[in-house]
Design a protein around this ligand. Structure first.
Ligand SMILES: C[S@@+](CC[C@H](N)C(=O)[O-])C[C@H]1O[C@@H](n2cnc3c(N)ncnc32)[C@H](O)[C@@H]1O
Length: 340
């Protein structure tokens, strides 16, 4: 073996070792959030001993976890052994306007963690093992378990807050008409849409326990321009002109996705638009957030992230046609469809 081959082999071995233990990175992020490390560093750098005392954990173990996270620029250790916030660590502060701590707690929760550990079963069977582990599909589970429902919807709310400004700024909404946010959670995206487009009215549609926690009523700027509807989006689609489906279609298999798109198609006005707001899977081998999210959708929902041709095919089956794809500043794209 040449020197070059040996070096390449060494790098590949290191990569496979690191990747096989990649789950420890998720676990370490969870430790940092649960111990409140980013919050405790808000006033300035602290040692692992100080952080451990504040977080109620063991100093030596926490130090090793933080040293590992610092290799990914989540926290930084200085030469005196004190830890500092970094840009990523700052997002783990609970008072950050863009807060990712709740997202870490959801994505490292047993809801995702247990099905992830059984990805091989999912791939062998061709279906999620979520229902087998938790006894029912995810959205039923969230509706029945108040604490898990809170964890899920708080995380989605916080994640949405990092996204909806970029989404609304990227799309030219009509001056008047009704926007329906399909599965709109607690209404963050609809709120932003109505604030930025004062001629529009909006309908928030989601399941009853979720709609019960919406926050649309708090802002006088949108008073009288919104309605919150508790219902099943497969059977009760309100009429409207623009349908927002943000992080919705990727939760469902092709058959249910077509059902949902057809429900929008049947309810929308003649000039209506359906906006599927998801990651779009690019061709090729480059890393892309869509390829990670795709596996997350596979393990908990039987959902998937889709490529442009796959989305186009779903639209065709639902009586729609793909008009254009608009990239937003984050990981999501707006895929616009009109009546075919
Ligand atoms: C992944 S979350 C996305 C929430 C929001 N659009 C966002 O981007 O933050 C999916 C949403 O669909 C809602 N949902 C799931 N099944 C539903 C149904 N049958 N009818 C109405 N809403 C549903 C869930 O309650 C949840 O709020």
């Amino acid at each position: 073996m040449s020197e070059v081959d040996r070096a390449a082999m060494g790098a590949a071995v290191r990569q496979l070792l690191g990747d096989s233990l990649g789950y420890l990175y998720s676990a370490a992020l969870r430790v940092a959030v649960r111990a409140g490390v980013a919050d405790h560093l808000a006033g300035g750098p602290l040692t692992a001993e100080q952080l451990a005392a504040l977080g109620g954990v063991q100093a030596d173990h926490l130090k090793r976890v933080l040293r590992f996270l610092a290799t990914r620029e989540v926290f930084r250790e200085d030469e005196n052994g004190a830890f500092h916030l970094t840009t990523a660590a700052g997002l783990l502060r609970s008072d950050s306007p863009l807060a990712m701590g709740s997202v870490v707690l959801l994505l490292t929760d047993e809801l995702y963690w247990l099905p992830a550990g059984r990805l091989d079963d999912t791939v062998r069977k061709g279906t999620t093992v979520f229902d087998e582990i938790f006894g029912k599909p995810l959205f039923d589970y969230l509706a029945d378990d108040e604490e898990r429902g809170r964890i899920f919807h708080t995380a989605l709310d916080d994640l949405s807050a990092t996204e909806h400004g970029g989404v609304v700024a990227s799309y030219d909404f009509p001056e008047t008409g009704t926007v329906v946010d399909v599965g709109g959670g607690r209404g963050g995206l609809l709120h932003e849409t109505l604030v930025k487009n004062p001629g529009l009215h909006g309908v928030l549609l989601d399941l009853a326990p979720v709609v019960a926690g919406h926050r649309l009523g708090a802002d006088p700027a949108i008073a009288g321009r919104w309605q919150a509807v508790a219902g099943d989006f497969f059977s009760e689609m309100p009429s409207g002109d623009v349908y927002l489906l943000k992080r919705i279609l990727h939760d469902w298999d092709d058959e249910n996705s077509v059902r949902l798109l057809r429900a929008c198609r049947n309810a929308m006005s003649s000039q209506g638009r359906v906006l599927v707001i998801d990651t779009v899977v690019p061709p090729g081998n480059d890393p892309d957030p869509s390829k990670v999210s795709d596996l997350a959708m596979m393990i908990v929902f039987d959902g998937k992230e889709r490529s442009e041709p796959e989305l186009s095919e779903l639209f065709t089956q639902a009586g729609l046609k793909l008009e254009r794809i608009i990239r937003t500043p984050g990981t999501l794209s707006i895929v616009e469809a009109s009546a075919a």
